[in-house]
Ligand binder design. Structure first.
Ligand code: SF4
Ligand code: SF4
Length: 282
């Protein structure tokens, strides 16, 4: 079972839901933090890291001795990541999407595969919980390959919880596609509603069943609930604003440790997700 936790915007409590859900379920659970630009689940889970891998993307390196300046590499590149300027070929590794097209078309095999480091993946555990996350190199913009690396660590059995990046762009899609369920986390405010609509659109295009957690559910207005009813998005949990939750978060403490009664609520949240996934198969 793969459950991705996503939200249209940052700061909605997505990581709180992901970490507390993972911890509440106990043995056989894995938490993958795919918010590689700003990973923060480890601040709460406090894993002991056992392994680190450098993740790199393939980029072209040109052998100027062999190059005849034909320009074919620049013609095929959709990203303007390699261009012939005057009597030289200039690769722009930061723009390269590693499609390999330029290497393929070069008539004199003047392009070989080089590497651009994107970041690192770190794997470890915290008690029974298996944990992994990615850390994108500062200044690097291309996060999907690093997210795919972290997702490739998904176990074939048990439950995998994925903390997806905020938003609805490529990194989010890389974090939610092929999940069994997407749990969206929002707040009942106009901004929350706006971003929720975008997130629901993306999830529905991918055809993944989804449900909603409303955080700080006693602030704002009822528009999020009305919208959820209109589009048939089940509300699976509501978390009231509680000073103790905010204080625990700011101290890097887990909600289920500070207020153990929440453990049962997260287990029930999982049970409802499992029921919806099962129902979707029939
Ligand atoms: S590998 Fe693809 S994206 Fe990168 S420079 Fe070559 S053609 Fe462009
Ligand atoms: S396709 Fe090959 S030979 Fe032609 S400009 Fe590019 S690197 Fe040079």
């Amino acid at each position: 079972m793969i459950i991705s936790i996503a939200s249209g915007k940052g700061g909605t409590g997505k990581t709180t839901v992901a970490t507390n859900l993972a911890l509440s379920l106990g043995k056989g659970v894995q938490l993958l933090d795919c918010d590689v630009e700003e990973p923060n689940a480890h601040l709460f889970i406090k894993p002991v890291f056992e392994k680190t891998e450098v993740v790199a993307a393939s980029v072209p390196e040109v052998d100027e001795e062999k190059c005849n300046l034909c320009g074919k590499c620049g013609e095929i590149c959709q990203f303007k990541a390699i261009v012939v300027i005057g009597d030289t070929v200039l690769p722009f590794p930061e723009l390269c999407h590693s499609c390999g097209g330029c290497m393929e078309v070069c008539p004199v095999k003047a392009i070989r595969e080089g590497e651009r480091v994107l970041g690192i993946a770190e794997m470890g555990r915290s008690g029974d919980l298996e944990f992994a996350h990615g850390r994108l190199r500062v200044g690097e913009a291309m996060s999907p390959p690093l997210i795919r690396k972290v997702r490739s660590l998904t176990k074939s059995d048990g439950v995998t919880i994925i903390d997806a990046p905020p938003g609805t762009s490529c990194p989010v899609i890389a974090s939610i596609k092929e999940a069994d369920f997407v749990l969206l986390v929002t707040e009942p405010t106009p901004f929350g509603l706006h971003d929720l609509k975008l997130a629901v659109g993306a999830v529905r295009i991918l055809g993944i069943p989804s449900g909603l957690v409303i955080n700080r559910s006693d602030i704002g207005n009822d528009r999020v609930r009305e919208y959820a009813a209109e589009v048939n998005l089940p509300i699976l949990m509501e978390i009231n604003f509680d000073r103790r939750i905010a204080e625990a978060y700011s101290r890097g403490q887990m909600l289920v440790e500070v207020m153990p009664e929440w453990r049962e609520k997260f287990v029930r949240l999982y049970d409802r997700i499992a029921e919806l996934v099962e129902a979707g198969k029939h």
